[in-house]
Design a protein around this ligand. Sequence first.
Ligand code: ZN
Ligand code: ZN
Length: 297
Amino acid sequence: MHLANPVVLATPFFIALVVAEMVYGRLSGRARYEPRDTAASLLMGFGNVIIAGLFAFIFLDLARLLHPYRLADLGFSLPVFAVCFVLDDFIYYWWHRASHRMRWLWANHVNHHSSQHYNLSTALRQSWGEQFTPGVLFLMPLVAIGFPVPMILFVHGLNLVYQFWIHTEAIDKLPRAFEAVMNTPSHHRVHHATNPAYLDSNYAGVFIVWDRLFGSFVAEREDEPPRYGIVHNLATFNVLKIAFHEWLGLLADLRRAKSLREIVCYVFAPPGWSADGSRETTDSLKAQWDASRAPAE
Ligand SMILES: [Zn+2]
Ligand SMILES: [Zn+2]
């Protein structure tokens, strides 16, 4: 069965909504756009689609290798689609969490976080190197269970389409029951924030319940407005620097590494790990912040 790519189908709506939010921002002040930042995000989105198309064979070939060993043939039906959607979202949560906690995956995922703005165009700032990370392995359990590969790709695309509208400051908190179950603009603003109180939280794609279940949920607070970007901001709108700066940093560290242990840690330890301990990790930043808030003895 051939299924369309939901991301491609939704792209005209993405562009129309970015323009609508820009106009709304001008009129209301509730959305902030910087033209060069938006241009960089759009180019990153465009490049992502091209690279994903060129290197789609990596995922497809791996899936083809695994296919003869699948546990079942689940076929196409609505209940199977629904289960596949939920399992894909569960896997997305773990892929996303790993992408913030492992330097190799972060070298790719940092692309999505490098904007210091938070608007619908930030959603389109997508990474260029996913196919060159262990990220391609995360969907393999779905192949092994026996979900059809076109279905897996379709629900994965739907998941990304859902995440578009949550990249906005124009929507406050939504009704409590919705905020309890679904990923929302409020939850995802926290995910994009560099405030120590918010680091490494809200990894959800569609359902925020995974963060609540696995201890990574942090609610947005009125007294803690999010500061967007990454811990060391890039101060550039050059898409080549946006796409490759962390890969180059990782390669430079590997060249300097003096032992196998250092190589393994630079690749697999959390971003900020360094052989001499001179850099900050999100854990050390959070610990400093906690210490600064501790009551004086
Ligand atoms: Zn992220
Ligand atoms: Zn995001």
